[in-house]
Ligand binder design. Structure first.
Ligand SMILES: N[C@H](CCC[C@H](N)C(=O)O)C(=O)O
Length: 282
């Protein structure tokens, strides 16, 4: 029996999105890894399931290519919002995730703004393995840390292209200070309203964009006095506008693009652990 999906991306951060509202399928981690694999499956940075929800427009689940589940995915949230808005003929929807309800609106320019909620800045909420100042972790490079419903560390660097991300990324992703691992952002402050960012994503590797990473980076940059409360975050796949509102909520604005629709036969039996596609050294 084949399964319909839609392939979408936000600034090149790409997704396979399954609509489970007709009948819950509850993907296994192995099936998610199969779908995400760029050699043996469809290929994407995250697999997304849209599921029924009685008190929001839909529930959204997020899997990384290694089969791990995540509590936030900014770029995919815009894509799911686009689907729901088009279906309902509305320009505003609410998507529930394990980290809370996310309100999305479409602007006159067609870009989608998601209220990603407030950042979590206490060490226990990132989470970190021990009490620590999240503004400057006691690690080489002194990254800042924040959660947007998923853990992020931000390294501020003078020259982004000189950073050995292929080595530092996985090293920090798996550092024991991050009991749930972490997404590792490398940010260069061009000016207080413009930041260039690359993210080694937890469970996915280097991606062309990371929406929750852009939010965490703006928050951490402002906390360090390096950026205003609103900035353009330039990622390899495009530009996101991030604003940390005075009420503490972080707004992320950017595109949501449909690449194609398709069908695939989902293997029923648990698959042997699908090898993570080798992430090209940065
Ligand atoms: N790898 C992330 C999930 C996807 C985040 C990213 N694609 C975004 O747009 O926020 C994690 O494990 O927390």
């Amino acid at each position: 029996m084949s399964t319909a999906f839609v392939k979408m991306h936000g600034c090149g951060n790409d997704f396979v999105i399954l609509d489970e509202r007709a009948g819950s399928r509850a993907l296994s981690p192995e099936q998610a890894a199969f779908l995400a694999n760029r050699h043996t499956g469809i290929g994407c940075d995250q697999v997304i399931a849209i599921q029924p929800c009685s008190t929001a427009d839909a529930f959204m689940r997020i899997w990384n290519p290694d089969g791990s589940e995540a509590g936030a995915c900014g770029n995919a949230t815009r894509c799911v919002a686009d689907i729901l808005m088009r279906e309902a003929g509305r320009e505003a929807v609410t998507i529930r995730t394990v980290s809370g309800d996310l309100h999305a609106i479409r602007g006159a320019d067609g870009l989608i703004t998601v209220d990603m909620g407030p950042p979590r800045l206490d060490w226990a909420d990132v989470p970190l393995a021990e009490p620590m100042d999240t503004l400057r972790l006691g690690l080489p490079g002194e990254p800042a840390a924040a959660s947007m419903g998923n853990p992020h560390a931000t390294f501020f660097v003078p020259d982004l292209d000189a950073v050995p991300i292929g080595r530092l990324g996985p090293e920090m992703e798996h550092h024991p200070i991050f009991p749930q691992r972490a997404n590792i952002g490398f940010a260069h402050i061009i000016n207080p309203e413009t930041i260039r960012l690359k993210v080694w994503e937890r469970g996915a590797g280097l991606t062309l964009a990371c929406g929750s990473g852009a939010c965490a980076t703006l928050v951490n940059a402002h906390r360090r006095g390096l950026a205003q409360r609103r900035a353009q975050v330039i990622v390899d796949g495009g530009t996101l506008t991030i604003a940390w509102r005075d009420d503490g909520h972080v707004l992320m604005t950017g595109p949501a693009v449909t690449a194609f629709h398709g069908e695939i036969a989902l293997p029923k039996v648990p698959l042997a652990k699908v090898p993570l596609a080798k992430v090209p050294a940065a």
